[in-house]
Design a protein around this ligand. Sequence first.
Ligand code: SIN
Ligand code: FE2
Length: 217
Amino acid sequence: MTFNLFEGMMQCQAQREELCPGATVLRGFATRDEAAIFAQLPEVTTAAPFRHMVTPGGFRMSVAITNCGSYGWVTDRTGYRYDKVNPESGKPWPSMPSIFLRLAQDAAASAGFPNYAPDACLVNRYEPGARLSLHQDKNERDFDAPIVSVSLGISTVFLWGGLRRGDKPMRVQLTHGDVMVWGGPARLHYHGVLTLKDGYHPLAGACQINLTFRKAA
Ligand code: SIN
Ligand code: FE2
C-alpha cells in the first residue's frame, strides 16, 4: 500500500514540470479528454472555419486560427484584438464546449490557479512549416488570470522565453495531450512555436491543434 502511494506521488510529480515560477507543463493532462475534444472540434470549426489571418503589418499568419467562447482573438490590418463576433461572418463565435472549459479549469487548478474562468478559446492549427514567432499575450484586459495551452496532434517545440524579448528561450517539446499553464509572475513571458516538422497523429492527422484559453474581458 505504502509503496503504491509513493509510486503514485512520484508519478504525479514526474508529470508536472515547472519551467519557472508560474509556468508549468502538465504532461499528458488532456489525454483523458482526447476523444471528447476531437468529437466537439468539428462543431466549432464548421460554425467558424479556420483561416489564415493577416497581421497589422500585412503578413499572412502561417498558423490557421479560429475561436470559441464569448470572445475570439483576431488580427487584421487595424491591429490585434478580442472580438465578440467573427469578423468573417459577423456572427458570435461558437460557444465553448463544456468539456473544453472543464479541462482548462482543471489544468489551471492543478498548476495553482483555482477559480479560472476563461471566456475565450483560441484554436490554432499548425501544419508542417507553420510557426509562431516570439510574442507576449497582452491583449487581455487584465493579466491576473493565467493562459492555458493544450497541445494536440503532432509534437511541437514550444519556445519559452523570459520577460524581455531578447531573453534566450528554452525549447520545450510538447506532445499530444500536454498542457502548459502560465500565470502570475510568468504571465507576460515571451513565447512562441518553432516551425512544425512533418508528422502524423491518428486523431489530428498531419497537424498540431492548440487550444489556448484566456480570460479576455
Ligand atoms: C499562443 O501563444 O498564443 C498560442 C500558443 C500555441 O499555439 O501553442
Ligand atoms: Fe501567445
